[in-house]
Design a protein around this ligand. Sequence first.
Ligand code: NIG
Ligand code: FE
Length: 430
Amino acid sequence: MRVAADLVLENASEVLTMERAGLTGPRRGSDLREIGRVERGAVAVRGEEIVWVGPQTELATHVDVAAGATRLDAAGGCVLPGFVDSHTHLVFGGSRHDEFAMRIAGKTYLEIAAAGGGIRSSVRHTRAASEDELVALARARLDRMLALGSTTIECKSGYGLATEHELKQLRALRRASEGHAVDTVSTFLGAHEFPPEFAEDRDGYVDLLVSEMIPAVAESGLAEFADVFCEQGVFTPDQARRVLVAAADAGLAPKLHADEFAPSGAAELAAELGAVSADHLSAISEPGVKALARSDTIGCVLPGTTFSCRIPPAHARRLVEAGVALAIATDFNPGSCAIDSLAVIAGLASLQLSLLPEEALVAATINAAWSIRRADRVGSIRPGKLADLVVLSVPDYRCLAYRFGADLVRTVVKRGQVVRDAAAVPATPI
Ligand code: NIG
Ligand code: FE
């Protein structure tokens, strides 16, 4: 049966669908290398959805291209699903570029935080910002990230740390997303730090989270997930459990910032709670690795954060070998990682964490989609999924590591709309 299309993407050197017949669920082990490569592929789209993908030579046999349809020329570039950035903190006021200079001079992330910098500095600026200012900042960041190929982006609150300011951040995200091409996914991270008002009464803040903040957020309908920064010196596993159990009872699915700087049992807790994802894992313990591998929790590593904080990266090969379903994300935030390109992070994941280029791409697309419960709609190129597509200016996906740091995204299609398209200069590796 022939399908009708109103947009076709042609002349790709390769289309990476991330699909293989019979492969369902988050990818683990050798399935993390399944990129579904179609040599000289083409993609056909109708409205917001993909209707066909296959070799260019079969396009005319299977697809009726409507008169007046958009014909996009990939000019020998590599075509991928839009990137899914499953962990960001993109709504905030102020900047902390000064902290980067302090880290270069030898201070650690936790030392800077203890001296009044860190998350609390962003809390001061975010509380001082109006909702309209946060909306404008968030929109500008979404624009930039979409141009860099991220078509679905998860965003956390966590710089308000008081009911009114957390709700302001979440509302700002909702407003920034309205009318914006990017699809966003919202996470409540009221348990990101202890606000100054509760510096001497940490359990008091946990009480407030449970009795007031979580019910207010759930009632507002502004978040789908809840997250906790479970780390030495921040929320203990017991406090994180209290918050996430209350959140789950209120309908917010659990996620965790787990074992970023020191092993605290956070990955084990994520597995115990059936968290949707456990993120960071740069200091995960061996029991934590085993617990995650046995669970349905996606392990999300954030190579830009360890790189920017100048600390050893997550042992991603160990996670893959153990059978953890791995994702990668930017963690874009004002303090620990200001890198907003998931394409760049994929290259870094190969260079620094030794993820094979295939694994890095699966981790940044279909597994990332699983980690925010969007795998039914995005993360791979398959008929019926959203037409979220990226064309690179290089003919081979392995150039993401080879050309690390360069913006290799040439064209971005979101829900069937062309949102970035550079002139079709023939793609070259270098
Ligand atoms: O994921 N680790 C905690 N939260 C963020 C950092 C946020 C910040 O420093 O502002 C992270 O790295
Ligand atoms: Fe984070």
